[in-house]
Every structure is written in structure tokens, then in C-alpha cells.
Design a protein around this ligand. Structure first.
Ligand code: HEC
Ligand code: HEC
Length: 469
């Protein structure tokens, strides 16, 4: 859908709805639903929740949201592209196989695990040299990756990846940190676009996967892309099952003529199939099921696309404009350079991009705490409350919600961050039960299928290395 259509239409919607009953909070209802939303956070069976509450779904709330959907032309996410069984199987094995890490100690799925809603449930990820999974993962020197690991849902719908958007696909092709080292042939191989190209990069990072000692790839710099990719193909070529599986996945091509783009493309194919997510109450509402959402969820949606102005940035089918904004979050952890993470500026070098991060998509967001580019907020409720007064929220940030090792790694740079705060935030004014209703809408974005993805974990991988499960 055409994202740029949304902004002008929003003006229309909020102008005509600002003073109508979206704002008229019924005190009885508010108490009911605030309690309901609290229950929902504990009881993650959103499917049941929707059905229970829908028994008394207020037809007026349904009609009001339906009008917003029609006016803004909101729609479900386009289906993921088809993937052959052989390509999927290869990608799945590669995504779980620690053979792609320097010292055989970490796989893609270690940080994007199916049991953790394709994330790692940590503020900042633990990379090469660590052990364990999720909350139990530890590192001998307590080292953290600079950013939070995003979830991987519906990546076929995104063209701009990473918090700073350094991997992008557009009509002219791919724009990545590797430049021409992804040559025309490799670009042709990366048929799933940005998500396929993205998988070329974690393997090159010493901190994330490659390690800085103890293996044949450790001597390279992070940007010796061509050498690292060739080294990984040599490794994979030494395992007969992989040679066979690559040749099955790419019929008519010999393994010896393949590049790491073939591996990355298979991983991308696995990701777009495995993490496609279209079964949330919101998706069902969009598909015409007017009973899919509770009253609080309906109110939250009308706020989100109306007076609360979330849709100014969380636009489009995936609820992201794929653009970059500074919403005033604290800097936590090691940063990219000198303890700071400049966000989009890290990718563009442009000072006006300082502290801007890509608007995240929101499907299954209730399953993917903590929140923000450095996992700054433990609770959705607190993240959304931040929008009411970002300045106040930033200077009174409560570091006790972080794991102990990060609590004294909060950089004192609030003035610098606030200097470039997104102007779009000025119009946001949350009242009464708005935060609870918006949280309820975030919960309406949960696909029950995303709560149980254990069947994505293979029993074993061709290298014979242990699989995280
Ligand atoms: C050490 C943990 C870790 C490992 C291992 C890891 N990732 Fe990630 N992943 C992250 C973090 C952290 C980010 C965000 C980095 C950034 O934005 O700069 C990320 C970002 C991504 C994104 C971008 C999502 C988005 O919405 O922009 C994708 C896709 C992804 N990883 C897939 C992979 C694949 C495929 C592999 C293996 C080849 C992998 N990851 C290995 C932690 C990890
Ligand atoms: C100015 C653009 C903008 C507006 C308006 C906006 N957001 Fe965001 N949102 C972002 C960006 C950018 C991030 C990521 C920021 C970061 O990590 O530095 C984000 C992050 C989030 C997250 C955390 C997601 C995650 O996976 O970490 C939630 C939840 C969220 N927004 C909900 C909302 C709601 C609800 C509203 C309306 C009250 C809203 N946003 C308004 C741009 C915006």
C-alpha cells in the first residue's frame, strides 16, 4: 500500500474525530477495561481474550474503527513470497547451525529464537563467546552488543533493515555496508531482497558471531566481507550434507560456483516463511471479523490511528513508515563508538540523522519485550507512557528495569538527545485510560501462532554442533 497517502489522510481523520467520542472516556468502562488489559498481559492467550470480550463488543466502537480503516485504507500485510521446500530446509539449518560463527558457539537463532518470539528477551544481545539462551545467556566478560535484537516477523514486508537502516532494498537495488562487494551476480541471487541481504552481515561481525580469536576467520576485520564470506563457504563445502542441500535448493547450480549470497538467500527464505504472521485479532478485524477485538482494543486502535497520532510514524501495513526518528530514549550500553549510538547517523554520516532510529513494525510486539533500540523499557505500558512527555520521561528514566550489569551503563546525554527530538511527538497528548487502551491494541497485534513456534527448531544440523532449543 502507498505509505505516503496516510499522512495527509490522518489530518482529515484527526480533525473530524478529535472532539468526538473517542475522547469521551466512560469512567465505568475505563475501570473495567484497565483491569481487563492487566489480565491480558498475564494471560497471553490473546485468542481467548478476544473471544471472551467480543461478546459485548460495542457496535459504536466497531463502526468508529471501521470508518478509520476505510478512510486510511488500512489493510493486512501482503502474503510472504513462495519458498521451495529445499530452500526453506537449507535456510532453516543454516539459521540454527553454529558453523556460521567463528568458534562454533552461536547461531542466528541464538539471538532470534522461536521460543523467544524470534528475539532474545534481552535489552542488549550477548554475542560470540557467550553461552546459554535468553534470560540465562551469559558472557565471561559481560560484553554486550550495542543494540537490542529485533523480532523477525513479516520481514518480507520491509525494505529497510537494522535500527539504522544500513541494509536497504529499493527499485535501484540493494544498499548495504558491503557496497560493490555484493556484486551483480550476488544481488541476483538475493531474490528475497533486504531480508536476504541482511543475512550476509551478522556472520562478518566479530562481536556478534565471528569471534576475535581462536578460528581461521578471526584475523579479518569486520569489513573484510569477501574474505569472510569465502571462508564460510569453504567451511560449508567441507560438509557433504550442505553441498547436497545447496545443490538441491538451487537446481542446476554447482556448489563450487556458489557464494555466501546463496546461504544468505536461503536464510532469508526461511525467515520470511517461518516468521510470517497474519493471525492477530487486528488482522482478523481488517479481514472483516468485527468481533475480533475487545472494546479496549477497539478504543486503542482508534486512538493509534487517530488522536494519539501513533500512525504518523507507525504507518503502512506493518505499522512502520520505515523511516527514522528520535523519540528521546536513553543511551544504554557500549554504544557503537565511544559509548554512543548515533542511530541513523552511523549509516549516513549526516548529523541531522543523529539519534534517529527506524520505526519498528509492531506485529507481536506484546511478545517481544524489552522495547527500544537498546531494550530500554521492560514494559509496553511504560514505553507508551513515554510518548506523553518524552522529555520528562528521559530525564526521570528508571534504570532499575535493566539487568544489573547495564544499570550503570546509562549515558548522561539527555540534553544532546532532546536537542533533535522528533517534531511529530509534540502533538501527542495521552489522557485517562489512553495508555491502557493503546497497550490493549498492542496486544491485539499478537498472532496466537507466534506464541508457540517450537516446531521451527530442527533436531540436528549438518555440522553436528549443538542446536539451541
Ligand atoms: C548476537 C546476537 C545476534 C545474532 C547471532 C544474530 N543477530 Fe540478528 N540482530 C541482532 C541485533 C542486536 C540486531 C539489531 C542490530 C542493529 O540494528 O544494528 C539484529 C538485527 C537483525 C535483523 C534486522 C531486523 C529488522 O527489523 O531490522 C535481521 C533480519 C536479523 N538480525 C537476522 C539475523 C540473521 C539471519 C542472523 C544470522 C546470520 C542473525 N540475525 C544473527 C542480534 C543478533
Ligand atoms: C515520531 C515517530 C513516532 C511516533 C509518533 C510514534 N512512534 Fe512508536 N516508535 C518510533 C520509533 C522511531 C521507535 C524506535 C525508537 C528507538 O528505539 O529509538 C518506536 C518504538 C515503538 C515501540 C517499541 C517497539 C519495539 O519493538 O521496541 C512501541 C510499542 C511503539 N513505538 C508504539 C507507539 C505508540 C503506541 C505510539 C502512539 C502513542 C507511537 N509509537 C508513536 C516512532 C514513533
Amino acid at each position: 500500500m502507498m505509505r505516503w497517502m496516510v499522512a495527509p489522510m490522518l489530518v482529515l481523520v484527526s480533525a473530524c474525530q478529535l472532539d468526538n467520542d473517542i475522547w469521551a472516556v466512560d469512567p465505568v468502562d475505563e475501570d473495567d477495561e484497565a483491569a481487563g488489559a492487566g489480565e491480558a498481559r498475564d494471560d497471553i492467550d490473546v485468542d481467548d481474550m478476544g473471544e471472551d470480550d467480543s461478546a459485548d463488543a460495542d457496535p459504536q466502537l466497531v463502526a468508529q474503527l471501521q470508518a478509520v480503516v476505510d478512510q486510511q485504507n488500512l489493510s493486512t500485510i501482503d502474503p510472504a513470497p513462495a519458498v521451495s521446500d529445499d530452500l526453506y530446509a537449507l535456510g532453516q539449518l543454516l539459521a540454527f547451525d553454529k558453523i556460521l560463527s567463528g568458534n562454533g558457539d552461536i547461531a542466528c537463532m541464538t539471538c532470534h529464537h522461536p521460543t523467544l518470539a524470534s528475539g532474545d528477551a534481552r535489552s542488549l544481545s550477548i554475542g560470540a563467546g557467550g553461552s546459554g539462551l535468553g534470560a540465562d545467556r551469559v558472557h565471561p566478560t559481560d560484553t554486550r552488543i550495542a543494540r537490542h535484537a529485533p523480532a523477525l516477523f513479516n520481514l518480507h514486508d520491509l525494505d529497510t533493515l537494522f535500527w539504522d537502516g544500513r541494509v536497504e532494498a529499493d527499485r535501484r537495488g540493494l544498499d548495504t555496508p558491503a557496497g560493490g562487494e555484493i556484486d551483480a551476480g550476488m544481488e541476483d541471487t538475493l531474490e528475497y531482497g533486504a531480508v536476504a541481504a541482511q543475512a550476509m552481515f551478522p556472520v562478518t561481525s566479530a562481536a556478534e558471531m565471528r569471534g576475535d580469536a581462536g578460528n581461521e576467520l578471526a584475523g579479518y576485520a569486520d569489513d573484510d566481507f569477501t574474505e569472510i564470506w569465502a571462508g564460510l563457504m569453504t567451511r560449508l563445502g567441507d560438509i557433504d550434507e550442505y553441498v547436497e542441500r545447496f545443490e538441491d535448493a538451487y537446481p542446476g547450480e554447482d556448489f563450487e560456483d556458489m557464494t555466501f549470497a546463496h546461504a544468505a538467500n536461503a536464510i532469508g527464505a526461511f525467515e520470511v516463511s517461518a516468521f510470517e504472521s497474519d493471525g492477530s485479532p487486528w488482522d482478523r478485524f481488517l479481514a472483516g471479523d468485527t468481533d475480533a477485538m475487545s472494546d479496549a482494543q477497539l478504543r486503542g486502535a482508534s486512538l493509534f490511528f487517530g488522536p494519539a497520532r501513533c500512525v504518523v510514524c507507525h504507518s503502512g501495513d506493518s505499522l512502520t513508515d520505515e523511516n527514522f526518528h528520535n523519540i528521546g530514549l536513553p543511551q544504554i550500553g557500549p554504544g557503537i563508538v565511544d559509548g554512543e549510538d548515533l542511530g541513523r547517523e552511523e549509516a549516513t554520516g549526516a548529523p541531522q540523522d543523529r539519534f534517529r532510529f527506524r520505526t519498528p513494525p509492531l506485529r507481536n510486539v506484546a511478545l517481544t519485550a524489552p522495547y527500544g533500540h537498546a531494550g530500554q523499557f521492560a514494559e509496553l505500558e511504560d514505553f507508551i507512557a513515554h510518548y506523553d512527555d518524552p522529555q520528562q520521561s528521559l530525564v526521570t528514566y528508571d534504570a532499575s528495569q535493566l539487568e544489573p550489569v547495564l544499570q550503570d551503563q546509562v549515558t548522561d546525554n539527555a540534553d544532546e538527545v532532546l536537542a533533535t527530538l522528533a517534531p511529530q511527538l509534540r502533538g501527542i497528548d495521552l489522557r485517562g485510560g489512553d495508555v491502557a487502551d493503546l497497550v490493549a491494541f498492542m496486544e491485539a497485534l499478537t498472532d496466537p501462532a507466534a506464541e508457540d513456534m517450537d516446531d521451527l527448531i530442527p533436531d540436528a544440523v549438518p555440522s553436528g554442533l549443538p542446536v539451541d532449543d
